[in-house]
Write a protein that binds this ligand. Structure first.
Ligand code: ADP
Length: 159
């Protein structure tokens, strides 16, 4: 069985992430979407909220497992028997960070390959942080995120 791992913060999941998930899910028998438990990273949504939002937004794609981990991503991959990490690439500015992560992960575990899926053109400018910024200034952001995420952001901001 071919297992892929798509790691990320997903704070929150956007239509850009969703596009990568749909495309990657066709390449593997099973695709794990995994959020590292990074206690040092301040997030808008809690870990549980981010997982629930991904679960809701990806209903209908049935080869997904959505979870979190305390392990390094490569160790998580090893534990579940995956040999491939999936990352999305938007523009050249993503490249430097992704290049470094790939090299680090390759050093940590040479058996695990990272593959990159290019963002679809309509999402190549889209990030979770830009969505949160637009939303916090009262801008319209409905077209950038799944509907459940749209409502969750609205609700959190109204508190
Ligand atoms: P991380 O903190 O691990 O970068 P993110 O949730 O920001 O977590 O991103 C997870 C992965 O999804 C990264 O590989 C990122 O480049 C990719 N990604 C984020 N937004 C998009 C998008 N709009 N289109 C394609 N890939 C994306």
């Amino acid at each position: 069985m071919q297992i892929g791992v798509y790691p990320g913060t997903f704070d929150p999941i956007t239509n850009g992430h969703l596009d990568i998930i749909k495309r990657a899910s066709r390449l593997f028998d099973r695709l794990y979407i995994v959020i590292p438990n990074n206690v040092n990273k301040k997030t808008f949504f809690t870990l549980e909220e981010r997982i629930d939002l991904i679960k809701d937004a990806t209903k209908g794609i049935d080869n997904l497992v959505i979870t979190h981990t305390d392990l390094l991503t490569v160790d998580f991959a090893k534990k579940i028997g995956a040999k491939v990490l999936v990352r999305g690439l938007r523009m050249v500015s993503d490249f430097e960070y992704e290049f470094q992560m790939e090299a680090l992960n390759k050093t940590l575990n040479p058996e695990v390959e990272t593959i990159f899926i290019m963002a679809s053109h309509e999402y190549s400018f889209l990030s979770s942080s830009s969505v949160k910024e637009i939303a916090s200034f009262g801008g319209e952001f409905e077209k950038f995120v799944p509907l459940n995420v749209y409502h969750a952001i609205k609700e959190k901001l109204s508190k």
